[in-house]
Design a protein. Structure first.
Length: 191
């Protein structure tokens, strides 16, 4: 249970509370020392822990910035956590700076580490996730192409169509038609 003193310590990055408690942020799955200089989370997203072990037992990962309890998340696990964040939040306007803030690291360090482990930049990974989700929606739904673009994180329909064609070699509408024809053809083969 978070007290007012704990919340003030988190808001003020008060190092005098380090070791007395740790706080996790539900939206990122990361836990920190009270003195962590990362962006202050919303109070409703904060979970208090008495120890690093308790935070880890609840599947929270140590912050790369403040290294609570001297722990440091291995790079591969950290990158996997960033990828999972992208997988879950791809529809948001995720910039490199926003991702770095959520991952508690500098943009440069996150970009370099992510690229080393995934073989592509966070931006390229985000685009790949968005295109895969768009393909799924084009195949499985009747939503207009512009709405699909918005749902996967592209606020401009023309930009979505351009990116989709560049990545798949097909316009979204043509992709939808081809997928429906393929499904229809598969259904006819079975009967």
């Amino acid at each position: 249970m978070m007290t007012q003193d704990m919340w003030r310590a988190i808001e003020n990055c008060d190092g005098s509370y380090d070791g007395k408690f740790f706080y996790g942020v539900r939206t990122t799955g990361i836990f920190c020392r009270p003195s962590c200089k990362s962006r202050t989370p919303l109070p409703e997203h904060v979970r208090i822990f008495a120890s690093t072990e308790a935070a880890i037992a609840e599947r929270f990962r140590p912050c790369k910035r403040c290294k609570p309890g001297g722990l440091k998340l291995p790079d591969e696990e950290w990158v996997d956590a960033i990828a999972a964040m992208i997988d879950n939040r791809y529809a948001e306007q995720l910039t490199l700076n926003k991702l770095a803030e959520l991952a508690h690291a500098s943009p440069y360090h996150m970009q370099r580490t992510f690229t080393r482990w995934k073989g592509q930049s966070p931006a390229a990974y985000l685009q790949q996730v968005r295109i895969e989700q768009a393909k799924r929606l084009l195949s499985e739904s009747e939503l207009p192409v512009s709405e699909i673009g918005e749902r996967v994180g592209y606020v401009n329909a023309a930009h979505f169509a351009t990116v989709f064609q560049r990545e798949t070699g097909s316009q979204p509408t043509a992709y939808r038609t081809a997928m429906r024809n393929e499904i229809k053809h598969e259904g006819e083969k079975r009967t």
